[in-house]
Design a protein around this ligand. Sequence first.
Ligand code: ADP
Length: 514
Amino acid sequence: MRTPVDKYKQILNANQILSSTLNLDELLRQVIKLATDVVEAETSSILLYDKDKDELVFNLALTEKESELKEVRLKLSEGIAGLVARERKPRIVNDIKEEPRWTQRTDDKIDFKTKSLLAVPLVYKGNLLGVVESVNKKEGKFTDEDVDVLEAFAAQAAVSIENARLFNNLEEEKDKIEAVFSQMSDGAIFFNSKGAKLFSNNQAERLLGSEYIEKSNVTEVFKEFKVEPSIEAILKSDKDFISVEFHRSENKTLYLSGGVSKILDENKNIQGFIIVFRDTTAEKKEELVKRNFLSLISHKLKTPLVTITGYGPLLLGDPKLDDFQKKAVSSIQKQGQHLANLVEKLLDYTMVESGPIVLKKEDADLFEIVKKSVSSLKPYIEQNSAEVFISEDVKSLPKIKIDKIKIESVIKNLLENGIKFNSGKDKKVEVKALQKNGFIGISMEDNGPGIPPEEREKIFNKFYQIEEFFTGQVEGAGLGLALTKQILEAHGGKIELESSMGKGSKFRFLLPEK
Ligand code: ADP
């Protein structure tokens, strides 16, 4: 006969055994064996609670008895186990024949003869997990002491069962996620908030090569690539989703395009990131060919157009022209100018789409550039009966190192916009000098319709045009301001906008003095 101290030692020992496995079936077998030992019974069984069906499930595969059936299900209203589960209180039945609630069902299934039993509920954090039943006390009867010992054991077993279940659920979820990701046609890499790689799929390995995908840090994985925005910027960003582009120029050219999403836990703490990407090399190369082709054609078109628009005004001045000839030359001149504008837009497009702007900087005088811009827009200004006033202070602006041609296109674009969107009669644009905090620049103020506050940021996006102006704006493509901004930023400068609805808009651009 074991002393109570022996029994509690046995329970402590049991705890060690239980915490050594996370395999649920293996754990349940251990629980059955240990429960049998601690109360000195012939055998034990576990009935797990199925919350969805509100039933207890007796897994026959865990018993040593042969059976064709896999499990027996008991309603909570059935049998002693049902009662213990319902009341969450232990119960001793030392003479089963006297117990009207006893159900023969399980005994019949496994050909077993129950004489006495002790059943205790398995409860974890107030939730019912099931019932442990120890059957047939080897010597004598089940006692209150057996109840205490089995309850203490059941409390530990419940913790282990819950842990094993949680672990199995996690494993299942992980398997599911891995299965989904391995079948994705895009490459996917999970990494933690420090950039350590946690998991990648087959497609990522196929795209990046096994040598790189094996690296433990995401920066190392993409070592050969130019990443835009950089991995450091991605890790620091507070956005939930960031589009990302990768470009490898060495070895074999490879372009990858994709996005990075943050993985947050329920408390909105960052658990990590998932980066999903696909091979866009073919598309990128095609785009490049298209852009180069467009750029080439536009440059080639410019030469004959300069001749047409250059000779037009000269011919028009010839007094020998009769009325028909004058009309014809004037039409050639007008359409030639129109074509030249379209070609400019095409060039804008090729520039805006071709990534970082390359500058050819030289010493320049902003006043000269303003004058040149106004003179090349002269026909447009006259055609629209507009007036452009250049303030005296522009003349005294200091020399500056800039890409003259590009800054000229900035000025022309802002001037043209100031006239183009003004449907009023007295169209005016005032050009003034700016000089502050190491920056110099120009402001251009029109007396047009103004720009609604909610549009003031968006108009600098590519292809963006404000709806009401868009209708009938055949010449515009929504590229001018995007390009203007890109050119100024490439110089280390900026553009600002101030506008008053119904009164006009004032665009200010600033370039670093040195
Ligand atoms: P585009 O001139 O080809 O339409 P932009 O990028 O130059 O493209 O301008 C974008 C949009 O911003 C224009 O379509 C117009 O709606 C608005 N916008 C630009 N400049 C002005 C201005 N001076 N006054 C009113 N609206 C303007």
